[in-house]
Design a protein around this ligand. Sequence first.
Ligand code: FAD
Length: 450
Amino acid sequence: MSGPAPHHGGVTSAVVVGAGLAGLTAATGLAARGVAVTVLEARDRVGGRTHGIAAAPGTQVDAGAAYLGGRHTELLALMAELGLKTTPTTMLGASRFGLGTAHTTQDGRFPPLNAVALGDLFEQLAELTEAVRPDAPWLTPDAERLDTLTAAEWAEQNLAHPDARLFFPLFLGEMMAADPAEVSVLHVAFYLRSGGGLRYLNAFEGGAQQDRVDGGAHQLCERLADRLGPRVRLGEPVRAVHQDAGQVTVRTDHGEHRADVAVLALPPLLADAIEHHPALPVRRAGERTARGCAVKVHLVYPAPVWRDHGLSGWSVNARGPLLSTVDDSPADGGIGVLTGFVTGAEAHRFAALDPEQQRATALRQAAELFPMLPDPLGCHVTDWVNEPYSQGCYAALLGPGDWLRLGPSLTAPHHRVHWAGTETSTAYFGLMEGAIRSGHRVVAEILARR
Ligand code: FAD
């Protein structure tokens, strides 16, 4: 067996901060080139925004990232390398909608709202999406105006029909876990473009929700970390990164680690929470960068019982907490799992409740939404809003002014500090695919150092 290839560019050691997909991809790539790596992870687990929880004995479900599509080529390649398989997201049968005074059942996913008004909304979004510069949103024609305007203000100015106004926040919640008041319309356009366009991002079959990782997406990071072995250190929140002429010193609560370079593979708000010396020339997050707001609720049934009623498990609701639900049952059909998404402003409200109240309100709504189903056997709430080491769920939300101020320095190294994380990827920003691509980019960047 041949040993690792020799390293390049004089870099022999690296400290990687964050054991999410970006950090572990970067660490794996550097280690393969003979660089001595240490990965420092704040939590007592790897995976970051991918996280598996037990819905039933022996069955893990995705409490964080779950879905992927055929265009997520780096993710699919990584899965193949790690021996992981996809399982299709099931979407057969009728949907339930709670968009008016009563709940209705209807074939397909298109909501029972004015089709012309929704068509007009999607056309306007498609126009914005096509106009945005995917590699450099801050250079988009009219960027200054679009970056200043919140999505809520844009809707106020551009959506005349009440159905379009009702649906727009639900759509942004589902796509980006965003409250329209918190994101700029430039960020919405960029996010849709970066993710492959509105139609691809929104679709199940043939789109970004087509598949899941069989057994859970958390296995990606667990398998990467297994390969890295003791180089991954858990329970090591990084507090400070100090650079001198020759090296970087990364300080945690338990000690110091010196290396030629550091990779910070963190959401922007968490990168800013670290003390940097010399100080960062431009902070990673702006005054109005929001951390995203998502809570996932898993309702567990003895089997996917909704299928017996001709239902897909998909629902869209104007009233929360569960703004949408989807069938996330494991492929073996051993249990049924409906995942409820609580996003945007609704997630902030829901996250303020105590765990018992959260469960009670979710179960009450599930009973109204699916009165034909038996009571769930279990209800698991994963509250990302209050996760101190995420602060970007699904991903950081760039608010007014952010793209113009922060965009140009997104990936520029700060001397010996390099940046990774899904928020540094202009392709598939916010997704697992973006995180992995950022890991590959940072490896190439470090190997090219002189
Ligand atoms: P992270 O996973 O956030 O990794 C950063 C790591 O750094 C974490 O492990 C954190 O603990 C650690 N850390 C933070 N601060 C410190 C510190 N000071 N010192 C040391 N370590 C620190 N993507 C999809 O592709 N499909 C989906 O269906 C999807 N759904 C999602 C649903 C939810 C509810 C959430 C939360 C996310 C979802 N995403 C989805 C997004 C996806 O999870 C992320 O894009 C991706 O996992 C980000 O990886 P990352 O490595 O960039 O960041």
